[in-house]
Design a protein around this ligand. Structure first.
Ligand code: MG
Length: 262
Protein backbone atom coordinates (compact mmCIF):
# COMPACT_ATOMS: atom_id res chain seq x y z
CA UNK A 1 0.00 0.00 0.00
CA UNK A 2 1.44 3.30 1.08
CA UNK A 3 5.12 2.44 0.92
CA UNK A 4 4.91 2.03 -2.85
CA UNK A 5 1.99 4.21 -3.95
CA UNK A 6 4.16 7.31 -3.58
CA UNK A 7 2.20 8.92 -0.78
CA UNK A 8 5.12 9.36 1.58
CA UNK A 9 7.23 10.99 -1.13
CA UNK A 10 5.12 14.07 -0.84
CA UNK A 11 5.58 17.78 -0.63
CA UNK A 12 3.13 18.50 2.14
CA UNK A 13 1.55 21.92 2.52
CA UNK A 14 -0.61 22.93 5.45
CA UNK A 15 -2.21 26.34 5.23
CA UNK A 16 -4.85 28.19 7.21
CA UNK A 17 -7.49 29.63 4.87
CA UNK A 18 -9.07 32.90 5.99
CA UNK A 19 -12.56 34.07 4.99
CA UNK A 20 -12.89 35.82 1.62
CA UNK A 21 -11.49 39.36 1.60
CA UNK A 22 -9.17 38.77 4.54
CA UNK A 23 -6.76 36.41 2.81
CA UNK A 24 -3.07 36.97 3.43
CA UNK A 25 -0.65 36.32 0.56
CA UNK A 26 -0.19 32.57 0.19
CA UNK A 27 3.05 31.36 1.71
CA UNK A 28 3.55 27.69 2.43
CA UNK A 29 3.70 27.36 6.22
CA UNK A 30 5.15 23.93 6.22
CA UNK A 31 6.91 21.82 3.70
CA UNK A 32 8.37 18.43 4.37
CA UNK A 33 9.88 15.69 2.32
CA UNK A 34 9.83 12.29 3.89
CA UNK A 35 12.15 9.55 2.81
CA UNK A 36 10.35 6.59 4.31
CA UNK A 37 9.24 5.50 0.86
CA UNK A 38 10.92 3.15 -1.57
CA UNK A 39 12.36 4.92 -4.61
CA UNK A 40 11.76 3.22 -7.95
CA UNK A 41 15.43 3.71 -8.82
CA UNK A 42 16.62 2.20 -5.53
CA UNK A 43 17.18 -1.48 -5.07
CA UNK A 44 13.95 -3.43 -5.27
CA UNK A 45 13.02 -4.40 -1.71
CA UNK A 46 11.91 -7.89 -0.86
CA UNK A 47 8.29 -8.36 0.15
CA UNK A 48 9.35 -8.81 3.77
CA UNK A 49 11.06 -5.41 3.76
CA UNK A 50 7.94 -3.76 2.37
CA UNK A 51 5.84 -5.44 5.09
CA UNK A 52 8.27 -4.16 7.75
CA UNK A 53 8.12 -0.63 6.33
CA UNK A 54 4.32 -0.70 6.27
CA UNK A 55 4.18 -2.03 9.80
CA UNK A 56 6.58 0.64 11.12
CA UNK A 57 4.70 3.40 9.26
CA UNK A 58 1.33 2.35 10.70
CA UNK A 59 2.76 1.82 14.21
CA UNK A 60 4.21 5.33 14.22
CA UNK A 61 0.91 6.70 12.97
CA UNK A 62 -1.05 4.84 15.66
CA UNK A 63 1.15 6.34 18.39
CA UNK A 64 0.64 9.85 16.97
CA UNK A 65 -3.11 9.22 16.69
CA UNK A 66 -3.26 8.19 20.37
CA UNK A 67 -1.48 11.39 21.29
CA UNK A 68 -4.00 13.41 19.21
CA UNK A 69 -6.88 11.61 20.93
CA UNK A 70 -5.54 12.44 24.41
CA UNK A 71 -5.01 16.06 23.35
CA UNK A 72 -8.57 16.31 21.97
CA UNK A 73 -9.97 14.76 25.15
CA UNK A 74 -8.11 17.25 27.34
CA UNK A 75 -9.59 20.10 25.26
CA UNK A 76 -13.09 18.55 25.12
CA UNK A 77 -12.80 18.47 21.30
CA UNK A 78 -15.06 16.08 19.38
CA UNK A 79 -13.25 15.06 16.16
CA UNK A 80 -15.04 13.32 13.27
CA UNK A 81 -13.17 11.89 10.27
CA UNK A 82 -15.21 12.05 7.04
CA UNK A 83 -14.14 9.55 4.39
CA UNK A 84 -15.37 8.66 0.91
CA UNK A 85 -14.37 8.43 -2.71
CA UNK A 86 -13.96 11.76 -4.54
CA UNK A 87 -17.32 13.36 -5.34
CA UNK A 88 -19.50 11.61 -2.76
CA UNK A 89 -20.50 14.97 -1.30
CA UNK A 90 -18.24 15.45 1.72
CA UNK A 91 -17.70 19.18 1.24
CA UNK A 92 -21.34 19.93 0.45
CA UNK A 93 -22.42 18.00 3.54
CA UNK A 94 -19.86 19.93 5.60
CA UNK A 95 -21.12 23.29 4.32
CA UNK A 96 -24.71 22.46 5.24
CA UNK A 97 -23.69 20.93 8.58
CA UNK A 98 -21.63 23.96 9.61
CA UNK A 99 -24.43 26.37 8.75
CA UNK A 100 -26.90 24.26 10.77
CA UNK A 101 -24.66 23.89 13.84
CA UNK A 102 -23.31 27.44 14.05
CA UNK A 103 -24.08 28.89 17.46
CA UNK A 104 -24.41 25.48 19.15
CA UNK A 105 -20.71 24.83 19.63
CA UNK A 106 -17.45 26.30 18.26
CA UNK A 107 -16.56 24.69 14.92
CA UNK A 108 -13.33 24.01 13.00
CA UNK A 109 -12.48 22.10 9.84
CA UNK A 110 -9.40 20.40 8.42
CA UNK A 111 -9.61 19.85 4.65
CA UNK A 112 -7.49 17.18 2.96
CA UNK A 113 -6.88 17.13 -0.79
CA UNK A 114 -3.91 16.37 -2.99
CA UNK A 115 -4.02 19.87 -4.45
CA UNK A 116 -5.82 23.23 -4.31
CA UNK A 117 -7.60 25.09 -1.51
CA UNK A 118 -10.96 24.89 -3.28
CA UNK A 119 -12.71 23.03 -0.46
CA UNK A 120 -11.17 25.20 2.25
CA UNK A 121 -12.37 28.28 0.35
CA UNK A 122 -15.92 26.88 0.43
CA UNK A 123 -15.66 26.23 4.18
CA UNK A 124 -14.12 29.66 4.84
CA UNK A 125 -17.14 31.22 3.10
CA UNK A 126 -19.35 29.83 5.90
CA UNK A 127 -17.26 31.78 8.43
CA UNK A 128 -15.85 28.64 10.08
CA UNK A 129 -12.09 28.47 10.65
CA UNK A 130 -10.36 25.99 8.37
CA UNK A 131 -6.95 24.61 7.49
CA UNK A 132 -6.22 23.08 4.09
CA UNK A 133 -3.75 20.19 3.96
CA UNK A 134 -2.43 19.47 0.46
CA UNK A 135 -0.85 16.03 0.43
CA UNK A 136 0.87 16.31 -2.98
CA UNK A 137 1.15 12.73 -4.22
CA UNK A 138 -0.18 11.42 -0.89
CA UNK A 139 -3.47 9.53 -0.87
CA UNK A 140 -4.62 10.04 2.74
CA UNK A 141 -4.31 12.22 5.84
CA UNK A 142 -2.22 10.87 8.70
CA UNK A 143 -2.11 11.64 12.41
CA UNK A 144 0.92 13.93 12.25
CA UNK A 145 -0.74 16.10 9.57
CA UNK A 146 -3.79 16.42 11.83
CA UNK A 147 -1.58 17.35 14.77
CA UNK A 148 0.10 20.15 12.83
CA UNK A 149 -3.10 21.35 11.17
CA UNK A 150 -5.01 21.39 14.49
CA UNK A 151 -2.34 23.62 16.05
CA UNK A 152 -3.08 26.18 13.34
CA UNK A 153 -6.74 26.17 14.43
CA UNK A 154 -6.07 26.95 18.10
CA UNK A 155 -7.73 27.78 20.40
CA UNK A 156 -9.68 24.51 20.06
CA UNK A 157 -11.34 24.12 23.48
CA UNK A 158 -14.86 22.60 23.23
CA UNK A 159 -14.79 22.56 19.41
CA UNK A 160 -16.42 20.19 17.01
CA UNK A 161 -13.52 19.41 14.64
CA UNK A 162 -14.63 18.04 11.28
CA UNK A 163 -11.90 16.44 9.18
CA UNK A 164 -12.50 15.90 5.45
CA UNK A 165 -10.06 13.19 4.40
CA UNK A 166 -8.57 12.86 0.91
CA UNK A 167 -11.16 11.33 -1.44
CA UNK A 168 -10.18 7.66 -1.57
CA UNK A 169 -11.84 4.45 -0.36
CA UNK A 170 -8.55 2.61 0.18
CA UNK A 171 -5.58 4.07 2.13
CA UNK A 172 -7.46 6.43 4.50
CA UNK A 173 -9.08 3.37 6.13
CA UNK A 174 -5.68 2.35 7.51
CA UNK A 175 -4.71 5.64 9.14
CA UNK A 176 -6.14 6.47 12.56
CA UNK A 177 -6.13 10.26 12.99
CA UNK A 178 -7.07 10.27 16.67
CA UNK A 179 -10.68 11.00 15.73
CA UNK A 180 -13.57 9.86 17.93
CA UNK A 181 -15.64 8.49 15.06
CA UNK A 182 -15.17 7.65 11.40
CA UNK A 183 -18.01 8.57 9.04
CA UNK A 184 -18.00 7.02 5.55
CA UNK A 185 -20.10 8.62 2.83
CA UNK A 186 -21.30 6.50 -0.09
CA UNK A 187 -23.31 8.34 -2.73
CA UNK A 188 -26.02 6.50 -4.64
CA UNK A 189 -24.33 7.37 -7.95
CA UNK A 190 -21.32 5.21 -7.00
CA UNK A 191 -23.19 1.90 -6.91
CA UNK A 192 -24.34 -0.30 -4.04
CA UNK A 193 -21.45 -2.78 -4.47
CA UNK A 194 -18.79 -0.53 -2.94
CA UNK A 195 -18.82 -2.25 0.51
CA UNK A 196 -18.06 -5.53 -1.28
CA UNK A 197 -15.24 -4.00 -3.30
CA UNK A 198 -13.67 -1.87 -0.56
CA UNK A 199 -14.41 -3.87 2.61
CA UNK A 200 -11.67 -2.35 4.78
CA UNK A 201 -13.20 1.11 4.64
CA UNK A 202 -16.66 -0.18 5.53
CA UNK A 203 -15.28 -2.39 8.31
CA UNK A 204 -13.46 0.57 9.83
CA UNK A 205 -16.34 3.03 9.91
CA UNK A 206 -18.65 3.86 12.80
CA UNK A 207 -21.33 5.48 10.62
CA UNK A 208 -22.27 4.83 6.99
CA UNK A 209 -23.97 7.81 5.37
CA UNK A 210 -25.71 7.04 2.09
CA UNK A 211 -25.71 10.40 0.32
CA UNK A 212 -27.47 12.03 -2.66
CA UNK A 213 -30.63 10.02 -1.98
CA UNK A 214 -32.58 12.65 -3.97
CA UNK A 215 -31.04 10.89 -7.02
CA UNK A 216 -32.32 7.40 -6.07
CA UNK A 217 -35.16 7.47 -8.66
CA UNK A 218 -32.56 7.86 -11.44
CA UNK A 219 -30.00 5.21 -10.46
CA UNK A 220 -29.95 1.46 -9.80
CA UNK A 221 -28.81 1.68 -6.21
CA UNK A 222 -30.37 -0.89 -3.86
CA UNK A 223 -30.13 0.66 -0.38
CA UNK A 224 -31.11 -2.53 1.44
CA UNK A 225 -28.60 -4.65 -0.49
CA UNK A 226 -25.86 -2.13 0.28
CA UNK A 227 -26.73 -2.00 3.99
CA UNK A 228 -26.93 -5.79 4.24
CA UNK A 229 -23.35 -6.15 3.00
CA UNK A 230 -22.13 -3.28 5.18
CA UNK A 231 -23.67 -4.93 8.28
CA UNK A 232 -22.17 -8.29 7.35
CA UNK A 233 -18.75 -6.65 7.26
CA UNK A 234 -19.35 -4.53 10.34
CA UNK A 235 -22.27 -5.60 12.58
CA UNK A 236 -21.88 -2.48 14.78
CA UNK A 237 -22.11 0.02 11.92
CA UNK A 238 -24.77 2.70 12.19
CA UNK A 239 -26.33 4.08 9.00
CA UNK A 240 -28.26 7.10 7.82
CA UNK A 241 -29.55 8.22 4.44
CA UNK A 242 -29.55 11.85 3.40
CA UNK A 243 -29.38 14.45 0.68
CA UNK A 244 -27.45 17.59 1.60
CA UNK A 245 -28.94 19.19 -1.52
CA UNK A 246 -32.62 18.57 -0.73
CA UNK A 247 -32.19 18.53 3.04
CA UNK A 248 -33.78 15.07 3.38
CA UNK A 249 -32.29 13.20 6.35
CA UNK A 250 -30.21 16.16 7.53
CA UNK A 251 -31.99 16.40 10.89
CA UNK A 252 -31.09 12.81 11.78
CA UNK A 253 -27.44 13.46 10.84
CA UNK A 254 -27.27 16.61 12.96
CA UNK A 255 -28.87 14.74 15.86
CA UNK A 256 -26.28 11.94 15.45
CA UNK A 257 -23.50 14.53 15.83
CA UNK A 258 -25.16 16.04 18.92
CA UNK A 259 -25.40 12.58 20.49
CA UNK A 260 -21.64 12.10 20.06
CA UNK A 261 -21.04 15.13 22.26
CA UNK A 262 -22.94 13.68 25.20
MG1 MG B 1 -14.27 17.77 -0.96
Amino acid sequence: MCTDCGCSATTLQIERIDPPGTRAPITPLLKTHHHAHVHADDHTPATGQIDQLEHALLQRNDAEADSNRRWFQRLNVLALNLLSSPGAGKTTLLEKTLLALQGERPLAVIEGDQATARDADRIAATGVKVVQVNTGTGCHLDASMIHRAAHQLEPLEDHLLLIENVGNLVCPALFDLGEHKKVVLLSVTEGDDKPLKYPHMFQATDLLLITKVDLLPYVDFDVERCLAVARQLNPQVESLQLSARSGAGMDAWLEWIRQQRR
